[in-house]
Design a protein around this ligand. Structure first.
Ligand SMILES: *Cc1c(COP(=O)(O)O)cnc(C)c1O
Length: 464
């Protein structure tokens, strides 16, 4: 099985990488000096790097490898599809079997009347589709002035100009002239960091009511849609208070605002249901999908659209699409991924076996002196690092200093756990076994201990 081998020494690969490869979301000058870690192969939940280290990937790549690495079925399907029909477009009144079959399967899996799929190559592209689709929807209904999309600070919806504008990451808005007009951001429901002395449920309600206040302030006749992740991922796996989503749904219903659930991470089993919307109990008009749709084996995304929105959009030509919308190889791979998720009851594994097991172990990390809270929904979890649990204090050091130290300890202990500021996050492959969860927790705890020792040594255990 030695198909992909590390045929060059790590240092040579690193030098070429530094010379020619611009990494996303990376300070490339700094990385060039340090050298990138080169991943050569993977099976199940385990990556192998060019030095032969075996690393437990508790991030499933970038939240996407839901069925785990190394599934030959997907490789076989891709090869077969490339031979049969590697590419054809879906623009000019043509279609092909993989796109048809995948759209039908997604419609079957999606709740309610979400029966139509507009394909894209990624989550960012899908959210760009959504911006144009909801604005065009209201224009077709004779209300072109309904063009504002409300989103949330610290949301992540992608990195293109449109989707990066929907997102609420200030570091992204600072570069390249974002956001585009008519995007409005309200606060995120991040009780631990921003809730102060307010009880969590009251805080959740208050955050949701910011949507109502924004609609009233901007004018009901100006607001097209609200977009949010059921559980924020890249923002730090922020689990909203239980009161939040029911109130958001009430407000969207009351003011007839389209609700877009960005399911790029939450979709396809991550939260213990097929979709995060089911976990938090909402009825979106549009869902954004990507990542787990193909378990990352091929780049594909899309928008799942309700009967009503699809009917309005379909009343004329929608001047929008991507060369790779419904790409046959990516669609065939996604379809095979969905077959595996369904036939192997991976969602049930998250809901009944691995999820509850991981939840118990993960939440127990809250007894560690560095951990302020440990939250988890299905297979997405976070812990807040803090110098003072009682006051939920931030560190005096710049945000992310401590998280970075912890992440480096994780790397050294062969565990991929990411940091977002001073929050540590996980999102492992959904097929992770209970034995592998034990390894994950053992390595996480060891990394936290080592991080704690470094903070003591460097005198960094001070509150801001
Ligand atoms: C990753 C992500 C996106 C963007 O998807 P890409 O495929 O990277 O363009 C959009 N929304 C959410 C919630 C994501 O996590």
């Amino acid at each position: 099985m030695n198909v992909i081998t590390n045929h060059m020494p790590t240092a040579e690969l690193q030098a070429l990488d530094a010379a020619h490869h611009m990494h996303p979301f990376t300070a490339n000058g700094e990385l060039a000096e340090k050298g990138s870690r080169i991943i050569t192969r993977a099976t199940g939940v385990t990556l192998t790097d060019s030095d032969g280290n075996e690393i437990l990937d508790a991030m499933a790549g970038l939240w996407c490898v839901n069925i785990g690495y190394g599934r030959d079925e997907l490789a076989d399907v891709a090869a077969r599809q490339m031979r049969e029909l590697p590419y054809y477009n879906t623009f000019f009144q043509t279609s092909h079997v993989p796109a048809i079959a995948l759209a039908a399967k997604i419609a079957e899996l999606a709740p309610g009347d979400l029966n139509h799929v507009f394909f894209a190559g990624s989550g960012s592209e899908a959210n760009d589709t959504n911006i144009r689709m909801v604005r065009h929807y209201w224009a077709l209904k004779g209300k072109p002035e309904k063009s504002i999309i409300i989103s949330r600070k610290n949301a992540y919806h992608g990195s293109s100009v449109g989707s990066g504008s929907l997102g609420g990451m200030s570091a992204m808005h600072e570069q390249g002239g974002l956001p585009i007009p008519d995007i409005h951001h309200i606060n995120q429901p991040h009780w631990w960091a921003e809730g102060g002395d307010t009880p969590e449920d009251d805080f959740g309600l208050a955050c949701a009511q910011e949507l109502e206040a924004a609609i009233l302030e901007l004018g009901e006749d100006r607001v097209a849609a609200f977009i949010a992740e059921p559980v924020q991922g890249a923002g730090g796996v922020i689990v909203p208070p239980a009161t939040y989503w029911p109130e958001i749904q009430r407000i969207c219903d009351k003011y007839e605002i389209l609700l877009i659930a960005d399911e790029v991470i939450c979709g396809f089993g991550r939260t213990g249901n097929w979709f995060g919307s089911q976990t938090v109990g909402i009825r979106p008009d549009i869902m954004t999908i990507a990542k787990g749709l193909s378990s990352g084996y091929a780049p594909i995304g899309g928008s799942i659209v309700s009967d009503e929105v699809a009917a309005v959009i379909g009343s004329g030509e929608f001047n929008h699409g991507y060369t790779y919308s419904g790409h046959p190889v990516a669609a065939a791979v996604a379809l095979e991924n969905l077959r595996i998720l369904e036939e192997e009851d991976v969602v049930g594994h998250v809901q009944n076996t691995a999820g509850p097991y991981l939840k118990e172990k993960w939440e127990a990390l809250a007894d560690h002196p560095l951990v302020g809270e440990a939250r988890i929904v299905g297979m997405m979890g976070s812990i807040a690092l803090t110098p003072n649990k009682e006051t939920r204090a931030a560190f005096a050091a710049d945000g992310g200093t401590v998280g970075y130290i912890c992440r480096e300890r994780c790397f050294a202990n062969n565990l991929i756990m990411r940091h977002v500021g001073d929050r540590m996050i996980i999102s492992p492959p959904l097929v992770i076994t209970t034995d592998e969860i034990d390894v994950l927790i053992e390595r996480a705890r060891r990394s936290l201990d080592e991080c704690y020792a470094i903070l003591q040594e460097k005198d960094l255990l001070h509150s801001a």
